[in-house]
Every structure is written in C-alpha cells, then in structure tokens.
Design a protein. Structure first.
Length: 138
C-alpha cells in the first residue's frame, strides 16, 4: 500500500512538473489575430519616419485563412500597403518569428500583448509598429 502511494505520488508529481511547453516565451499566449492600427513606419534606404493616427491604416489579421485585410486611408504613399487583402505567413525560427506578406519577406516579427513590431532593419529595411485595437475603449 505504501509503495503504491509513493508510486502514485511520483506519477502525479512528474505529470505536473514534467510537462514542457515548446515555447517558454512569456509572450506565447499573444497572437496576431484581430485588428491593429499601423502607427509607425521608419527606416529603409530613404530614411522614412512616418507616424499615423489611429484609424488611418488598419490591418486585420486572420491566421485561420492566412490573410490580412488592410484599410489604408492615408494620403502618404510611403505607408507600405494600399487597401486590399493579402496572404501572409509566419515562420518560427528557433526563438524568433518572421513574417512574409504578399510574397514579400518583412523580417522579424514580435507579437506583444498590445503591439506588433515587424523589423527588417537588419537588411536596411523598414520597421513597422502596429497597436492593437481594443474595442473596450469605444
């Protein structure tokens, strides 16, 4: 009886502590799905540094369909994408993610609770910052 109790305790302990998540990143619960305001585009060969007011450029990601719908009401042609729906994919490379949109590689992707950073600056590319649209504030 005592041996059985010890064995069951050991099994319970290993089942609780033995689980290992493939992604120990504290941000792993965050996903790209939903609506995001493009708030900043910077860098690139032309040295752009553009800020956009919330609601001017909205990106709506849907990971299930692999599509991002962009509504671009900016009058500035340097805002990356015009209005439309584009395919996207996210790749995991070890401890970081990358993103491709409409067949164009955009570099590293960092998804935080309320922000996305798309960073291609390693190759003299651009940095895009998007803020999550939170409907609770409307």
């Amino acid at each position: 009886m005592k041996a059985t109790l010890i064995l069951l305790s050991f099994l319970l302990l290993t089942s609780v502590t033995g689980c290992h998540s493939e992604n120990d990143d504290p941000n792993s619960d965050y996903n790209i799905d939903g609506q995001w305001n493009l708030t900043h585009v910077g860098g690139g060969i032309d040295g752009r540094d553009l800020n956009f007011d919330p609601g001017v450029i909205i990106w709506t990601f849907n990971e299930n369909t692999g599509m991002v719908n962009i509504v671009n009401d900016s009058e500035n042609g340097l805002s990356v994408f015009q209005s439309g729906t584009y395919p996207f994919s996210i790749e995991d490379f070890g401890d970081h993610k990358t993103i491709t949109i409409n067949g164009m590689y955009f570099g590293s992707l960092e998804i935080l609770q309320n922000q996305i950073h798309i960073n291609q600056q390693v190759a003299d590319g651009i940095l895009m910052e998007l803020d999550k649209i939170n409907f609770e504030h409307f």
